[in-house]
Structures are given as C-alpha cells and as structure tokens.
Design a protein around this ligand. Structure first.
Ligand SMILES: Cc1ncc(COP(=O)(O)O)c(C=O)c1O
Length: 370
C-alpha cells in the first residue's frame, strides 16, 4: 500500500513569490521592487511592532489560544467571543475549516483560478474540487448557485477576489444566498476587505449573520503583518466551537496576538496604507493601460493584467525581473496568460511602469528583427 495518498502525491505545493534578496543577487541589482505577494509596502503598523517588542517578555509562557484578540474583536464588532476565532493567518483558519468540515464524499465548489492557498488546502483533503468559469473576471454567482448539488459541502468566495481584484456586489450575493441550502458552508474570504469597504456596493459580510457563513479576515495585508501570521474569522458559535476543536491550541503565537490587538487600534496606519494603495491602483491601472495592456479594474491592493498568451506572460515576467521588478505569474492559479502586480510605494510603482515600458520596447524590437 502506498504511504502517500494519491491526492497528496498529485498536489503541487504552494510556491511563494521570489524574495527581493534573491532577485537582487541574481541580477546584481541595487534596487528591487517586490510587487508579487500583496504585502504592505509601508511596512508593519508601528503600534503592532511596539506591541510585539513588549510581548517578547513573555516568550517562556504558552499563549492563550487567541482569547484576548477574540475578546477585542468581539467588542469591536459587537459580537460574542464565541463567534470569533483567531489563528495563524486567515489561511491557518482556512486549514482548520477544511479539516473540521470536509468528509470524503463532500465536494468543494468555487470559481476557476481561485486563491492558490485555498486550492492547495482543499485539494489536500482529497475531496472533489469543482469550479465554474469567471464572467468577465468576476465570480459568476448565478452559475455557482446552479452547480450546487447534494454533495456540495463548501463554497469558497473571496471578495475582493485574488487574483482578479474584482468584487461581487451586495445584490449579487443576496441573490446567490437564496439558492444555497443551509447544509452548505460558505467561506467568505475577506482578506482584502479594508480596501473595498468604502465601495457602497460591497457586501461587508459582518452584516450577514448567517448560520452557514464563515467570514475570514487578516492582519497580513493592510496592517502589514504577513510575517507574524495573524488572522481571524467570524461565524455562528456552533461553527466556531467545532473549529476550535481542531485548531492547534497554542495558535496564534503570543507576538502574533499582541500585534493583531495593537494593529486594530492603529487607524493612522490604516488610513495611510489605504491612501497609498488608492494612489498606486490609479497609477498602475492608467499607466499600464496607456502602454496598451489589458488591466482588470481592481478593488484590492493589486491589479491583474491579461496578456495575449503564456509565452508573452513569461517573457514580460522575465524582462521585469531582470530590471528588479518582481510580479506574480499566475500559471499556478490556472491563468498562464495573466500576471498580478501588487501596489508598492510611489517609487516602486514608477519603477514598475518604467520597467514595463522598457520590456515592451525590447519585445517590439525583437519581434521586428524576426
Ligand atoms: C484571498 C486571500 N485569502 C487569504 C490569504 C492569506 O492571508 P493570511 O496571510 O492571513 O493567511 C491571502 C493572501 O494572499 C489571500 O489573497
């Protein structure tokens, strides 16, 4: 009997984006703009950094499983702590959801090219994984509703979506929800919630206190805390009670919890991160379009561009890399002709646009030579 189940053998592990240091070394560059992982270019919330420093005093003690943060979030969102879970990033909680609620004959349903972290987790459970195509790079919620069958256990929706950056509206979600049986669990992944929340059409899932919906959020993006691994989720207390059974008891770590609690009150950092991002989205979108590139309008902290084919996407990726601009190829997501570009500092964004202009000029030259 094989030691490794076939569905694990068939998994392609999650590939993180290139680090700035490895690109700097490979090409002998002095400056690298890492725009590949939707990280916060301003760094981390200063309040969070200070709280992590203070928390180091207690590293000899086991953490309390995120209880302080659960209580703080419950106060902030007018819930009970029993409705809240904190974990090692929202992906940590996603992993618990997959473990707690999926059984062998269950099926997972989502859109094509869903967030790669979710794809890997769901497939690692060995259950059937079904998708429906995007409609103009948006979730086709009507098609998803029509695909729900008696085996469907979990529907995964990211809003805003990674990698497209698009959202579905409140009206679209309401229509969809009417078609979802209560035995089907919906993950509403709101990792990029803060970037979209001021859009009046955006359905902030905190307003949906549905028994079969789990909302996931994170401190990794707008609060700049991807490195400490801290995220949270909201759901009916029955779901949370069962999730807590499978969560590792000492997650999140003490510094992670301290960082999350402090970040929650850092309105100044939140505002400056959002402002920088809006500027970055505007610049990247308009300048890339001016070069003649198809940019999908984004509500998150990145844009997705659509190129004629995989060859062009690889070529541009390599050309940008050689100029110190690291973007994300989306082949692993299932979109080989697309690239994703995170917003950076103003300087990063300008470097990126200049690198695109040079790459396009270089490609035009070689095509002319041929
Ligand atoms: C849609 C989506 N969900 C979840 C995550 C993971 O976030 P975390 O760092 O909280 O695990 C990401 C990170 O890129 C994401 O894009």
């Amino acid at each position: 009997m094989p030691l490794v189940p076939s569905y694990i053998e068939a998994l392609r592990p999650y590939e993180a984006g290139r680090t700035a240091e490895s690109v700097r070394r490979q090409y002998g560059l002095s400056r690298v703009a890492k725009l590949a992982s939707n990280e916060n270019p301003l760094g981390a919330s200063p309040r969070a950094v200070e709280a992590v420093r203070r928390s180091l005093e207690g590293l000899n003690l086991y953490p309390n499983g995120g209880l302080d943060l659960r209580e703080a979030l419950a106060r902030r969102f007018e819930l009970k702590p029993e409705n809240v879970i904190a974990g090692s990033g929202s992906e940590g909680i996603m992993s618990n959801i997959v473990r707690a609620f999926l059984c062998d004959d269950d099926e997972v349903l989502t859109s094509e090219a869903a967030f790669i972290g979710f794809q890997v987790l769901a497939r690692s459970r060995g259950v059937k994984y079904r998708t429906v195509p995007y409609r103009d790079w948006h979730y086709d919620l009507a098609a998803l509703a029509a695909e729900i069958n008696s085996h469907t256990k979990l529907v995964y929706l990211a809003n805003p979506n990674n990698p497209t950056g698009t959202i579905f509206t409140r009206r679209e979600f309401d229509d969809f929800y009417r078609h979802v049986p209560s035995r089907v669990l919906i993950i509403l992944d709101e990792a990029y919630f803060e970037y979209a929340k001021s859009n009046p059409q955006y359905p902030d899932s905190m307003h949906y206190r549905y028994d079969n919906v789990i909302t996931l959020r994170t401190f990794s993006k707008v609060y700049g805390l991807a490195g400490v691994r801290i995220g949270y989720g909201f759901a009916h207390e029955e779901l949370i009670r069962n999730l807590l059974k499978v969560k590792l008891p000492f997650e999140p770590s003490t510094p992670a919890q301290a960082a999350g609690m402090a970040a929650l009150s850092d309105d100044e950092f939140l505002a400056s991160s959002l402002e920088l991002n809006s500027r970055g989205l505007r610049q990247l979108t308009s300048d890339l379009e001016e070069i003649g590139i198809r940019v999908v309008p984004s509500q998150a902290n990145f844009v997705m561009i659509v190129l004629p084919g995989e060859t062009e996407a690889c070529r541009i990726f390599e050309e940008l890399l050689a100029q110190g601009v690291v973007v994300r190829p989306l082949k692993a997501f299932g979109l080989p002709n697309c690239l994703r570009i995170s917003t950076g500092t103003d300087q990063d964004n300008s470097l990126c646009i200049e690198a695109f202009r040079r790459s396009y000029a270089a490609i035009a030259r070689t095509n002319a030579v041929r």
